[in-house]
Write a protein that binds this ligand. Sequence first.
Ligand code: NAP
Length: 357
Amino acid sequence: MRSFRVGVLGATGTVGQQIVHRLRAHPWFQVTALAASERSAGKLYKDIVRWRVSEPIPAEIAEMPVEEVAPGLNCEFCFSALDSSVAGPVEEEFARAGYAVISNSSSHRMAADVPLLVPEVNPGHAALIEVQRARRGYTSGFIVTNPNCSAAGLVVALKPIEEAFGIEAVSVVTMQALSGAGYPGVASLDALDNVIPLIPGEEEKLESEPRKILGVLRDGAVCPADLQISSQCHRVPVMDGHLEAVSLKLRRRATPEDVIVALREFRGAAQARNLPTAPARPIEIRHEPDRPQPRLDRDAGGGMAVVVGRVRTCKVLDIRMVVLSHNLGRGAAGAAILNAELLAEAGYLQNRNSHIH
Ligand code: NAP
């Protein structure tokens, strides 16, 4: 029996669809409410969603009505995949009304009292929930966020290297998939046969979010990691999967082989707690000279593993490597579901043991 009733805010969007799809046979969570804009509200999900997942809409979801995004939904907690233009106040409204909100949106990620959570990297930051509740007067509700889709893969790859050798500086150049821009996203006449060297706001996120995630929680606040990050972000004509060329300056000397061992042996709280959608290995190493590649490697670990290859000496900094992660799995829907699993397992989600209906 699945024990948590779950709502999806922004259920019709690119990320919302992935959440619906990924929860179709989840052992703990059952989707019981779907919400989207007033354009969709009042219609059946199957009639309004532009379904872009290769498997069909789960039968029990297809016939469900889409509701307006407002508290009162039949669920114990919500995933939010709302457009960032509306997510901020809506997520606060839900938290105030007593719902836990597990959000993909950027609106609250950098708020001092909101966990920016990656189960393998900073599970202890969940303790900020108590700080948030006390500060904002929420009773049972709260907001937890997952990182930007490029930061999500990067921090998993950085964590074991930071632990083993310390990282002083990161230079990262991204090649980001089209699905990262939502639907309809970048116009085909801009995207095809082209690379666009600007994703508005992305470089700022990639330079700030990892410092919070890799930071230390002390006295109810995150002290950001002492780490310089320079990023350059590009939109490329790939459907799914963000590729990142990363160079690192380390605090202690390490060979590429030392780095590979640290990456390969890394396991986090998601694996230790055996969370249902945690990949067995959060990082997969490819040794072929031309991997990872988006088309071949993005589905590793169900789209939740970060694939690292081409680990070698950098002639300017110390170590360079290529990192690939699925922007909708590890970078969005999968990340939010893994966060919810961590929070459920740690007792942060209210399970009212009520009937699924
Ligand atoms: P999307 O495809 O454009 O979907 C946006 C969703 O928000 C739709 O369900 C839409 O409903 C709903 N919405 C829009 N305006 C609304 C309003 N005024 N009131 C209520 N609902 C409204 O976007 P997406 O790519 O799924 O991204 C969703 C969120 O996740 C964004 O905050 C994005 O930054 C973040 N994110 C995306 C990715 C990615 O790889 N795509 C990765 C990480 C984070 P209608 O269908 O009814 O318009």
